[in-house]
Design a binder for this molecule. Structure first.
Ligand code: GAR
Length: 206
């Protein structure tokens, strides 16, 4: 069993997955300067870069990325701050084992700047979602969610930090379920074969 993680930047979710003891066999970035690459290397995890800028088309980039991922023959592919929309072809190739983490309680706040938009909307809870990836951005069957309170004096940065702590707990938990074959998708709904599956709220200590 193995996981390939795709990143574009900081890599804190990737680090959380590695530190949770999950079998990460490679970290691949579309950005050569992604800070997460050094974090992975320092832990002895093979890294590689498939630069999106080197490819003229989305299809060309995705074909190269798919070939690089396939070298590792992973059980699961985890997008962790991977800021590219994947082609339907890539998504179909890894259907049922391609997951993403998004910093909102989907289906609310797809896309970017989720924390700013949550504050602007005046929501009282916010959070993060692990979901299977489908060709539509930030859609796909929801595997797990974690919620945090929104405080009246929150800033996007404070709210983001509170959500990120939950991301670091939620993503390893959801990936473990995936590797253990505990996720069943029926009509777009994920069922988890785990007696603790509904404990997706974590204590929120600063
Ligand atoms: C995370 O907050 C993740 O949820 C978000 O990017 C950040 C990456 O941080 N992903 C998305 O917005 C995807 N739509 P990290 O590189 O430190 O894990």
């Amino acid at each position: 069993m193995s996981i390939v993680i795709l990143i574009s930047g900081r890599g804190s979710n990737m680090q959380a997955i590695v530190e949770a003891g999950l079998p990460v066999t490679a970290v691949i970035s579309n950005k050569p300067d992604a800070p997460g690459l050094a974090i992975a290397s320092a832990r002895g995890i093979p890294t590689s870069v498939v630069r999106d800028k080197d490819y003229g088309t989305r299809e060309g980039f995705d074909a190269a990325l798919a070939a690089e991922v396939a070298r590792h023959a992973p059980t699961a592919v985890a997008l962790a701050g991977f800021m590219r929309i994947l082609t339907p072809r890539f998504v179909a190739r890894y259907a049922d084992r391609l997951v993403n983490i998004h910093p909102s309680l989907l289906p609310s706040f797809t896309g970017l700047k989720t924390h700013e938009r949550a504050l602007a909307a005046g929501v009282k809870v916010h959070g993060c979602t692990v979901h299977f990836v489908t060709p539509e951005l930030d859609h796909g069957p929801i595997v797990a969610q974690a919620a945090v309170p929104v405080w009246t004096d929150d800033t996007p940065e404070r709210l983001a930090a509170r959500v990120l702590r939950q991301e670091h707990l939620l993503y390893p938990m959801a990936l473990r379920w995936l590797l253990e074959g505990r996720l069943i998708v029926e009509n777009g709904i994920v069922r988890v074969k785990d007696p603790n599956a509904h404990q997706a709220f974590f204590s929120d200590r600063p």
